[in-house]
Design a protein around this ligand. Structure first.
Ligand SMILES: [Zn+2]
Length: 109
């Protein structure tokens, strides 16, 4: 018998309605994502990577799955906004450099 039978991987509570993290996928930000993939992307620093063959519980309760989905969507949104800011910052930097070199060209003339 599995010592972690009916235990949620992320809260440690015993539940009857658990889902397998390696088999279930959910809709997050209009994508279908495996629960294990969402967990992997939200691992706390220093935590070992998720492995289907590890000895830890393979199930998650619905409350934790809701929280995980929110955290995953928040992180994805943040990463997306951050990369858009980087594009805008690079564009602005180029624009400033271009203006600076134009004003220098004018001084030379
Ligand atoms: Zn849980």
């Amino acid at each position: 018998m599995d010592i972690f039978e009916n235990l949620c991987r992320t809260c440690g509570n015993e539940c009857l309605d658990l889902l397998n993290i390696y088999e279930v996928s959910v809709k997050a930000l209009d994508k279908t994502v495996f629960v294990a993939e969402m967990l992997s992307s939200c691992l706390p620093t220093g935590f070992p990577a998720l492995q289907p063959t590890d000895a830890y519980p393979k199930l998650i309760c619905r409350i934790c799955l809701k929280k995980l989905t929110l955290v995953y969507e928040f992180n994805q949104q943040w990463v997306g906004a951050h990369s858009e800011f980087n594009v805008a910052l690079k564009f602005e930097e180029r624009r400033k450099r271009s203006l600076a070199s134009k004003s220098q060209d004018l001084k030379v003339l």
